[in-house]
Design a protein around this ligand. Structure first.
Ligand code: ZN
Length: 91
């Protein structure tokens, strides 16, 4: 199974069309492209692991991880809508 050079919006910095070959051209962060539900599940597992860290850094890390998970979910939702609309619209 090959990965195509699909262009997507960055789930981390929200730059439109910035993801090329699995990397954001703006914030230079690697992103799995296309996004998968597993990416969100990984973030949720990280949040669960961080929940046991009871100090200021741990709490801040949870806040940042939640923000990343939210961004991933929004990007995944947009990707899903795009895929569904793209496939469903044949007039
Ligand atoms: Zn980015």
């Amino acid at each position: 199974m090959s990965v195509t050079a699909e262009v997507l919006d960055c789930p981390r910095c929200s730059s439109a069309g910035a993801i090329q070959n699995g990397r954001c051209q703006v914030c230079d962060k690697p992103v799995a492209a296309p996004l998968r539900f597993e990416d969100v599940i990984d973030e949720l597992r990280l949040i669960a692991a961080l929940a046991g860290v009871d100090d200021r850094e741990g709490r801040e890390a949870v806040v940042h991880a939640c923000a990343r998970a939210e961004s991933l979910l929004m990007a995944l939702r947009d990707q899903f809508r795009s895929d569904v609309i793209g496939v469903g619209r044949q007039t």
